[in-house]
Design a protein around this ligand. Structure first.
Ligand SMILES: Nc1nc2c(c(=O)[nH]1)N[C@H]1C(S)=C(S)[C@@H](COP(=O)(O)OP(=O)(O)OC[C@H]3O[C@@H](n4cnc5c(=O)[nH]c(N)nc54)[C@H](O)[C@@H]3O)O[C@H]1N2
Ligand SMILES: Nc1nc2c(c(=O)[nH]1)N[C@H]1C(S)=C(S)[C@@H](COP(=O)(O)OP(=O)(O)OC[C@H]3O[C@@H](n4cnc5c(=O)[nH]c(N)nc54)[C@H](O)[C@@H]3O)O[C@H]1N2
Ligand code: SF4
Ligand SMILES: [Mo]
Length: 729
C-alpha cells in the first residue's frame, strides 16, 4: 500500500476464527480486496475464501440497499425506513394488545452471534415487550451442551488448558474446516494443530468420515454415525474397568460413580465394537491414549464434540457421556494452574477449582404450550417453533423477527417450517440478501455489513473460544454503498421499542429512548466492566494478546457440596433404552433403508451464506452427495450423476460425488442449500443452487427430550440412481 492510501484492517466475523484482514482500497477509497494479516499475533495471516470474499459480498450487485415491503401479490416494493418501522410498530402494538407479548417471537441466526450489539439488543427488545418467545440456532445445533451443563454440572475453572494437553479427543467435529471446537483454538487451526503435535499433543478423532482433522490423529475411529452413545459408554467402561480414571478427583467431586459403572455394564468392548463397526483393539487404544497414565503421570487434555455428536440419536446422552470422560479423568483446570485466558472484554473474576452444581432449569420455568418444553438459557426450543406457529390459541406465535439467520433454509423439517412462516401475520427479516427467509417476509430491513460498523469479539464466551487473552477492536472501515438506506441491526429493535413506548435495558443499562445511541456507545456499555479498559481495547484495532497479569486458578470452596451428577435418573434410563435398541444401521436396514445420512460442513460456505458470490459459486456450485467410491459402483453411478435420496420424511435429488474419506454405507451432504419448495433448480436464481437436505429431516417426530433437538445426522435414507439424470441447465 502506498502511504497516500492507508490500508484498512478489521476482523472477519463470519466464524469463530475472527481472522484479521488487510483490506486494499481503490483510488476512490472503495475496499476491493482482502488478504490474511500476517502481522496479527493470533490469526497470523490465516483467512479462508469466505473472509477473502467479504469485499465482494459488501459490493455484491445482489445486496439489498433499501427496506422492502411485500405486497399482497408477492412483489416487493421499496419503503422508506421510517415508514416501514412505523407500520411494523403499529402491527406489533395490535398483535400484543390482542394476543399478548408471547405472540411476538425473535429468531437469532448465526450472524447475530457475531454482531455484539445486535446479539444483546434482540433479547433485550423481546424482554422489553415482555415476550418469552426467543429462539435461536443453538437449539437446532449443540444445545446438548446446555442440557449437559444443567444436568451433569460444570467446572468453574474450565477444562484442562489447551497448551497443557497431552491428548485431545474430537467426537463429530472437524476443527480444521469448522474452526468451531471448544477444546481447540479457532485461530489459524492448521498452525495450532502443527504446533500442538510438535509439543507432543496426541489427537483422537471419532468420525464416520476421515475428515481433514482425522488425518492428523494418532487414533482415528471411523464408526457408523449415530452410535456415539454406545461408543462413549464403551470407552468409559474401559477406563473405569482399567482404573485409569482419577480416583482422587472422583472421590471429591463426583456423585454416583458406582451407579455409572452399573449403568455401563451392557457396554462391553466386543458388543460396542460390533455395534459401532470398529475393532475392539481400536476402542481400547482410544481409551488408553486418552486416559492411561504414562510414566506414573496422569495425562491432561480433554474430549469435546461437535455437530456430528449433537445432532444424532440420543444426542443429549451422547454429550453427557463426552463430558463424563472429562469428569472421570478429572480433566479440569486445578488450583495453581495458570488461567489460560482470564478475559479481556469480560470482568476480571477469580476462577475456582470447583463444581457448579446441576440446575435442571428447564424443569422450573415457563413451559411451552405445545409439547410442554421448558426453557434453556432464556430460550425456547427451535425444534418446537413450527408447533408454536401452527397451533391456535393464546400464546400462538404470530410475528417473527429473524436477525442474521435464514431459517427458511436451515430449519429442520423444511417444508413444514416454510408453511409455518407463510402463515404468520408478520415476518420481518434483517438481512443484506434476498434469502429464502427474506422472500417470505412482509418486511426486509437491510443492515450495515461488518466493514460498515465497529465491533468487539464475544464477551460472554471469550474464555471458551479464545485460548489466550486476545482482542481485536474491529474498526468500521467502510461507508455503506452510496444512496443505501441501511441501519445497524440493533437500531431496528431500539426504534421499534421507542415507537411502542417500551424502554430497553441493554446489558443491564437502561437506554435513553429519545436519542438513539451510537454503535460505539453500545460497545462501551458491553465493555464497561472489562478487564482491560475499553479505550485500550479500542486502541488495538490490529489485534493484541494482552498482558493480563498471571492469574492462577484458586482453590475451590471446601464446604461446597456441589458434585458432578454422572448418573441422573433420566440419563440412566436413556442408557438402558439405548442398550436395548438395535444398532441404528440394523434398524434402518430392517426398514428398507440403504445408507445413513451424516451432517458435514464445507470450507467455502457458512451454512446458507454467501454461496451466491461468483468466486464461491465457481468453487462450489451445489452441495453434492458424497459417497465412498465403492458405494457409487454398487449403485451403478459415477460422480456427476443424479441420485434420489429418500428418508421417512421426504425425498431429494442430489448429484453424487466420489469421496474416499467416507465410510461405505454413509452419505453426507451439507445443509443450507436449495431454494423454497416449488423453485425450479434452473441455475438462474443464485439462491436456488443445490438441494435442501432439510427436506429429509422432520420436527414432527424423533425430537430429543428436554431441548426438542431434531435428528439431523445418522438419518436412515434410501439411495437410488436416477435414469436420465441430466440436471436441467
Ligand atoms: N440438516 C441440517 N440442518 C442444519 C444444520 C445441519 O448440520 N444439518 N446445522 C444447523 C446449525 S448448526 C445452524 S447454526 C443453523 C444455521 O442457521 P441460520 O443461522 O439461520 O443460517 P445462516 O446461513 O448461518 O444465516 C446467516 C444469515 O445471515 C445473513 N447475513 C450475512 N451477512 C449479514 C450481515 O452483515 N448482517 C445480517 N443481519 N445478516 C447477514 C446471510 O445472508 C444469512 O441469511 O442451521 C442448522 N440447520
Ligand atoms: N467452513 C464452515 N465453517 C463453519 C460452518 C460452515 O457452515 N462452514 N458452520 C459453523 C457452525 S454454525 C457450526 S455449528 C460449526 C460446527 O462445527 P463442527 O461440528 O466441527 O462441524 P463439521 O465441520 O460439520 O464437523 C462435523 C463432523 O461430524 C461428523 N459426523 C457426522 N455424523 C456423525 C456422527 O453420527 N457421529 C460422529 N462421531 N461424527 C459424525 C462429520 O463427518 C463431520 O466431520 O461450524 C461452524 N463453522
Ligand atoms: S470465515 Fe474464514 S476468514 Fe472469516 S473468520 Fe472464519 S476462517 Fe477466518
Ligand atoms: Mo451452528
Amino acid at each position: 500500500m502506498d502511504n497516500a492510501q492507508e490500508e484498512a484492517v478489521t476482523s472477519c466475523r463470519i466464524c469463530a476464527g475472527m481472522c484479521s484482514l488487510r483490506l486494499a482500497r481503490d483510488a476512490s477509497g472503495r475496499i476491493v480486496s482482502a488478504r490474511g494479516d500476517k502481522s496479527n499475533p493470533l490469526t497470523r495471516g490465516y483467512a479462508c475464501i469466505k473472509g477473502l470474499q467479504l469485499p465482494a459480498a459488501h459490493a455484491s450487485p445482489d445486496r439489498l440497499l433499501h427496506p422492502l415491503k411485500r405486497l399482497p401479490d408477492g412483489r416487493f416494493v421499496r419503503v422508506p425506513l421510517d415508514e416501514a418501522l412505523d407500520e411494523i410498530a403499529q402491527r406489533l402494538q395490535n398483535l400484543v394488545a390482542a394476543h399478548g407479548p408471547d405472540s411476538v417471537a425473535g429468531f437469532r441466526g448465526t450472524m447475530n452471534y457475531s454482531n455484539q450489539t445486535a446479539n444483546t439488543m434482540l433479547p433485550a427488545w423481546l424482554s422489553a415487550l415482555g415476550s418469552n418467545s426467543f429462539y435461536s440456532t443453538m437449539t437446532i445445533d449443540q444445545s446438548a451442551k446446555w442440557v449437559t451443563f444443567e444436568r451433569l454440572g460444570g467446572w468453574a475453572a474450565g477444562r484442562d488448558p489447551f497448551l497443557a494437553a497431552d491428548v485431545l479427543m474430537f467426537i463429530g467435529t472437524n476443527p480444521l474446516v469448522s474452526l468451531s471446537t471448544f477444546n481447540f483454538p479457532s485461530q489459524h487451526p492448521v498452525r495450532q494443530m502443527r504446533d500442538a503435535i510438535e509439543r507432543g499433543t496426541r489427537f483422537i478423532v471419532i468420525d464416520p468420515r476421515r475428515s481433514e482433522t482425522a488425518r492428523h490423529a494418532s487414533v482415528f475411529l471411523q464408526p457408523w454415525p449415530g452410535e456415539d452413545a454406545a461408543l462413549l459408554a464403551g470407552l468409559l467402561r474401559i477406563i473405569l474397568d482399567e482404573g485409569w480414571h482419577d480416583t482422587e478427583f472422583c472421590a471429591q467431586h463426583v456423585h454416583g460413580l458406582d451407579d455409572l459403572r452399573r449403568a455401563l455394564m451392557p457396554f462391553d468392548v466386543p458388543a460396542v465394537a460390533l455395534r459401532c463397526g470398529v475393532s475392539s483393539e481400536s476402542l481400547f487404544e482410544a481409551a488408553a491414549v486418552f486416559a492411561r497414565p504414562e510414566n506414573g503421570r496422569r495425562k491432561r487434555g480433554s474430549a469435546a464434540s461437535g455437530t456430528g455428536a449433537n445432532m444424532g440419536p440420543h444426542s443429549n446422552l451422547v454429550e453427557h457421556l463426552v463430558e463424563c470422560l472429562n469428569v472421570v479423568c478429572g480433566r479440569y483446570a486445578r488450583a495453581g494452574d495458570p488461567v489460560a485466558n482470564p478475559g479481556v472484554l469480560g470482568p476480571a473474576y477469580p476462577r475456582h477449582a470447583q463444581v457448579i452444581a446441576p440446575q435442571r432449569s428447564w424443569e422450573k420455568g415457563a413451559k411451552s404450550r405445545v409439547g410442554g418444553w421448558g426453557m434453556l438459557f432464556g430460550q425456547k426450543m427451535s425444534g418446537a417453533l413450527s408447533d408454536e406457529i401452527e397451533t391456535p390459541g393464546p400464546g400462538q406465535v404470530r410475528a417473527l423477527f429473524v436477525d442474521g439467520g435464514n431459517p427458511a433454509s436451515a430449519m429442520p423439517g423444511h417444508e413444514r417450517f416454510v408453511a409455518a412462516l407463510q402463515s404468520v401475520d408478520l415476518l420481518v427479516t434483517i438481512d443484506p440478501f434476498m434469502t429464502a427467509t427474506a422472500r417470505l417476509s412482509h418486511f426486509i430491513i437491510p443492515p450495515t455489513m461488518m466493514f460498515e460498523h465497529a465491533d468487539l469479539g464475544t464477551r460472554d464466551y471469550e474464555s471458551f473460544v479464545l485460548h489466550v487473552p486476545y482482542s481485536q477492536y474491529a474498526r468500521k472501515v467502510a461507508e455503506p454503498p452510496a444512496g443505501a438506506e441501511v441501519v445497524d441491526d440493533w437500531f431496528v429493535f431500539w426504534s421499534l421499542a421507542k415507537r411502542m413506548g417500551k424502554p430497553i435495558v441493554f446489558d443491564g443499562v437502561a437506554l435513553d429512548m429519545e436519542r438513539a445511541p451510537t454503535q460505539e456507545e453500545l460497545l462501551a456499555i458491553l465493555a464497561r466492566n472489562a478487564s482491560v479498559p475499553f479505550e485500550q481495547i479500542q486502541a488495538h484495532h490490529l489485534g493484541k494478546i494482552f498482558d493480563v497479569a498471571g492469574a492462577t486458578v484458586q482453590p475451590g470452596d471446601a464446604a461446597s457440596a456441589a458434585r458432578f451428577q454422572v448418573v441422573p435418573q433420566d440419563v440412566v434410563q436413556e442408557l438402558g433404552t439405548m442398550a436395548r435398541e438395535p444398532a441404528v444401521r440394523t434398524q434402518a436396514a430392517t426398514e428398507g433403508f440403504t445408507h445413513l445420512l451424516a451432517v458435514r460442513r464445507v470450507r467455502d460456505v457458512q451454512n446458507t451464506m454467501y454461496r451466491q458470490l461468483d468466486a464461491i459459486r465457481k468453487r462450489v456450485p451445489n452441495n453434492p452427495a458424497w459417497l465412498h467410491p465403492d458405494d457409487l459402483s454398487a449403485l451403478g453411478v459415477a460422480t456427476g450423476d443424479s441420485i434420489a435420496i429418500a428418508s421417512a420424511h421426504g425425498r431429494i435429488e442430489a448429484i453424487a460425488e466420489a469421496d474416499d474419506s467416507m465410510r461405505p454405507g454413509v452419505v453426507s451432504i451439507s445443509h443450507g442449500w436449495g431454494g423454497l419448495p416449488g423453485d425450479v433448480q434452473d441455475g438462474k436464481d443464485p439462491h436456488a443452487g443445490g438441494v435442501n437436505v432439510n427436506r429429509l429431516t422432520t420436527t414432527r417426530t424423533g425430537l430429543q427430550t428436554i431441548n426438542a433437538m431434531p435428528q439431523l445426522t445418522a438419518l436412515p435414507v434410501r439411495l437410488t440412481p436416477i435414469q436420465n439424470h441430466k440436471q436441467p441447465s
